[in-house]
Design a protein around this ligand. Structure first.
Ligand code: PLP
Length: 395
């Protein structure tokens, strides 16, 4: 029997990178199940937000010619990572501990922290969920932007926490002042996705650093840096150095984006030992990562040429898409990431169906009363298919 997308969602096997919107400093305080559905079958994250679901998707006979719905890197994994992965499969009878530790050391050197500060996971989702589970199992609240990436928030809510969503500012950056005000005695964690998903926007690094230093005195501040590597190298302002300086800050990184290894599942957090110990008491860090993936990650870190090329090609695709959107009058959200969000004048569900019928996969959301499309950056050829499909569907 085939499992529908809706069943997958209900079973929690499919995580949606959805988002929710509420008025400035309006908090959704009530407990909610992981996914609530509207009568039309859309996922409701809050009264202000829906994610449109293409019901037929898993069973669909349509073969996507441009898969632009999951912020994947079309160029990865790097050839060096592929080779290492193949060789790593020969070690498949062993647990990966020894080489996993090599990877931890390599990451701790890169981030300028001790090995004890690094916790690995099969993708950063795994760690976002573990943090959500462990830190909120006795309730409390989580403060984040609204909209933002929902993985940890949904898990926290599912185990009894409430979510305090703070609207982004007009320029789509985090309202750090508003978020600081939202922290109270019950706040167990502040989640900041920078650059933010699903908007693709960035919050100024200096302002964020100051916020982290101040706010982390009240509650741990978790910075999800999944897309930071798509910024020009000089502009990548990670908050990892704050961990080295002893602040109660956690950063999350993934090999799924710039390294193009979404299917190989590797991510990590850098955090204070007091926090990693808390999580490790209940769950195990690197246990879910396969030996070949550890080897692939070690190799990929060495392949800087691949990362540079990925970044350059992503930037070129984004420039092309934004230029074409602008020509057609779409007021897209300025993006520094591997995806672009723009408003559409069509019901999101219908839009998804029509785009899928054009063999193009995208995501669609409703924020306030506006429908939006989120398109991931693929190859230039895929982006041209996307623009052609958009012209057919929306003209
Ligand atoms: N954080 C953000 C902001 C994301 O957009 C994603 C995936 O799209 C993740 C974390 C999870 O990535 P992964 O589990 O593949 O490392």
């Amino acid at each position: 029997m085939k499992t529908s997308r809706r069943q997958l969602l209900k079973s929690g096997l499919l995580t949606l990178g959805g988002f929710a919107v509420s008025p400035h400093l309006s908090f959704s305080e009530s407990w909610r199940a992981p996914a609530t559905f509207s009568k039309e079958g859309n996922v409701l994250y809050s009264p202000f937000f829906e994610e449109y679901i293409h019901e037929a998707f898993p069973e669909s006979k349509v073969v996507l010619k441009a898969k632009l719905n999951a912020n994947e890197n079309p160029y990865g994994p790097s050839p060096m990572a592929v080779k290492a992965h193949q060789e790593g499969s020969l070690m498949g009878n062993r647990y990966a501990w020894k080489d996993l530790f090599k990877l931890i050391e390599k990451i701790s050197d890169k981030e300028g922290v001790k090995a004890e500060n690094v916790m690995m996971g099969p993708g950063s989702s795994d760690l976002l969920e573990k943090f959500g589970l462990v830190l909120f199992m006795n309730g409390g609240n989580i403060v984040s932007a609204d909209p933002s990436y929902m993985s940890m928030i949904r898990v926290a809510e599912s185990v009894g926490a409430s979510w305090k969503g703070v609207k982004l500012k007009d320029d789509w950056s985090h309202d750090l002042e508003g978020m600081e005000k939202a922290i109270d005695d019950e706040t167990k964690l502040v989640y900041v996705c920078n650059p933010n998903n699903p908007t693709g926007s960035i919050t100024d690094g200096e302002a964020l650093k100051e916020f982290c230093i101040r706010a982390s005195k009240k509650a741990p501040v978790f910075i999800d840096e999944a897309y930071i590597e798509f910024l020009p190298e000089k502009e990548q302002m990670s908050m990892a150095s704050l961990v080295a300086d002893g602040h109660n800050v956690i950063i999350a990184r993934t090999f799924s984006k710039i390294h193009g290894m979404a299917g190989l599942r590797i991510g990590y957090v850098v955090a204070n030992e007091s926090i990693t110990e808390k999580i490790s008491k209940i769950t195990r860090g690197g246990m879910g990562i396969s030996y070949p993936s550890v080897m692939a990650a070690l190799a990929s870190m060495e392949d800087e040429k691949f990362q540079k090329e990925s970044r350059a090609k992503n930037t070129a695709a984004r420039k092309y898409v934004c230029t074409e959107l602008k020509k057609r009058g779409y007021d897209y959200v300025p993006s520094v990431t591997s995806f672009v969000l723009f408003p559409i004048e069509m019901k999101g569900k219908l839009f998804l169906e029509k785009m899928t019928n054009q063999n193009v996969g995208v995501r669609s959301f409703k924020i306030y009363d506006q429908d939006w499309c989120r398109v991931s950056m693929g190859t230039m050829e895929e982006m041209k298919l996307f623009i052609n499909a958009l012209d057919t569907v929306l003209s």
